[in-house]
Design a protein around this ligand. Sequence first.
Ligand SMILES: NC(=O)c1ccc[n+]([C@@H]2O[C@H](COP(=O)([O-])OP(=O)(O)OC[C@H]3O[C@@H](n4cnc5c(N)ncnc54)[C@H](OP(=O)(O)O)[C@@H]3O)[C@@H](O)[C@H]2O)c1
Length: 228
Amino acid sequence: MPSNKTALIIGASRGLGLGLVQRLVEDGWNVVATVRDPAKAETLSTLPRVRIETLEMNNIHQLDTLQERLGMQTFDLLFVNAGIKGPDDQNPENARLADIGELFMTNSVAPIRVAQRFAPQVRRNTGVIAFMSSALGSVSIPNEPELSLYKASKAALNSMINSFVMRLEDVPLTVLAMHPGWVKTDMGGEGADIDVQTSTRGMLDQVNAWSGKGGLHFTNYKGDSLIW
Ligand SMILES: NC(=O)c1ccc[n+]([C@@H]2O[C@H](COP(=O)([O-])OP(=O)(O)OC[C@H]3O[C@@H](n4cnc5c(N)ncnc54)[C@H](OP(=O)(O)O)[C@@H]3O)[C@@H](O)[C@H]2O)c1
């Protein structure tokens, strides 16, 4: 059944971003979905109530254009999903400046810039801003040293989310740092624990459950709290 809610999903061409859009459409939401290359958005373009926009998240001119195109549209959900794994070899010994710059800009800095731009358009009181973090971004749990650069980029995202929320001051919104589970996508691989349907349905259940509650929460798709 159509709802009167609208979401802005950043990074929706495939994987979890596409899954979020599919679940929202099933629930009757209207969606603005951003992709880097609209020519590769075949699945998205078949979905009803989905408006496709272009955004390479690291390109500030494209962000300016998107902001102009979306005017003062109000969103019930802003979900910044886009992210990358970084170089295959994540031993700091072999890290290259360009790779580290791209990884931290994409995973840690650009998501916050997008959120800062669109936060004024997120509905007061019930609106939710969600960032795709990861349990690997927790600095308290030693694990997965072979993903050390990716882990650091998500820890940096969590820190940037913390500063973003402080800057919001008393604007009444709920902010979520979300762990989707280990999911079968191009990034997660075939051997991952769960499928996109399970992860995205769970994450949207969490969005709905936290709507209106306010504050900042680091949670997984099942609703378990995570340690920062
Ligand atoms: N899969 C997992 O197990 C898992 C676990 C924890 C967290 N995550 C996080 O979940 C998010 C989605 O991951 P996924 O598994 O769905 O990965 P994916 O299948 O590799 O998809 C990544 C998405 O991000 C987009 N993207 C990458 N860089 C971008 C940029 N600079 N500007 C705009 N869009 C960009 C990609 O667009 P293109 O198609 O144009 O490349 C694609 O839509 C990421 O933030 C990831 O770190 C995933």
